[in-house]
Design a protein around this ligand. Sequence first.
Ligand code: SF4
Length: 365
Amino acid sequence: MSAPRSASRAWTRACVRYNDGVSDLKGKPLVVAAPARPGSGEKYLTPQGFTAIRNGIKRAAGGAGAAVVAGRLPPWLKARAPSGAGFARVRGLVREHRLATVCEEAKCPNIGECWNAGTATLMLMGSVCTRACRFCSVDTGNPHGWLDPEEPENAARTVELMKLRYVVLTSVDRDDLADGGAAHYAACVRAIKRRSPHTAVEALTPDFQGVRADVETVVDSGIEVFAQNVETVRRLTHPVRDPRAGYEQTLEVLEIAKRRRPEVLTKSSLMLGLGESDAEIDETLADLRTAGVDIVTLGQYLRPTVNHLPVRRFVRPEEFDRYRERSLALGFLECVSGPLVRSSYRAERALQRNNAGLDNRRLAT
Ligand code: SF4
């Protein structure tokens, strides 16, 4: 069951104090964002007038805060340069209309494949998250209720211009908003559906602190797929995720979504390589199935900066195949599993039961 909203918000306030990334804002020197980009772990002033920590996690004492060098990655994690007519067309539109996508901003290695297939991910509600998960390089701060009222129409225009067949809408966590941003999220979905009624919409949402009404607001907005990422196994949820996130809370959110509208597919993702055991992966997959989850994705965790959690192991491509087989045996409609898989990877193919066309055996050289 969800916690009562007042208790939940009180917990949020307590956690904002607890959260290093946010609470330490006061004592840190301010870096002005323009024209120079702040370094990882530095505090800066956003164009909206509030402060944030670059990459979410403050710089470790004595640390350089630099991005992790990709030189020691195993061969199956080397990304191919994007190419293809569809990719070139979408990139041209993105440049011409100055559109913003997560695919480009996160330098996602799958951009060629996804854009060629008419799939992309848009980030809603700004680029500053109220949480500070230790695997994620999104900036952390308190936007104090800031929202762009034009975002629903702009997102709809972006989807229309890019001629997307499938769009994933994701967002930062917005614990500073009374409804966690649920109404705004739903407004974006409705605006997209008005302009592009044939585009499938997947909402990869925050957990809304488990507040049932907020989850239902998004599920009722006209989406085809509702996604909430469990990210890791139960034992590693803390330290991997922000203290306000929870393993049980994520399961509960997914369950609320499925009960509300059984026809909306539910989906969750797990990063591997953080120190989890096979038994813990199996337990998590079973828990997701019990919560009624239809689709699961499995990918390799990669450390975004030296301030984030280290990679404990690189999971081999053939292991991803084994995890997929185990997931399908548990009854998931599909499990998209591979080293470079992200939760939105080839999302439009997630029901073709062919690992979204991914062939891990070819990667395992
Ligand atoms: S995996 Fe997601 S973020 Fe990456 S290119 Fe595909 S749609 Fe974009």
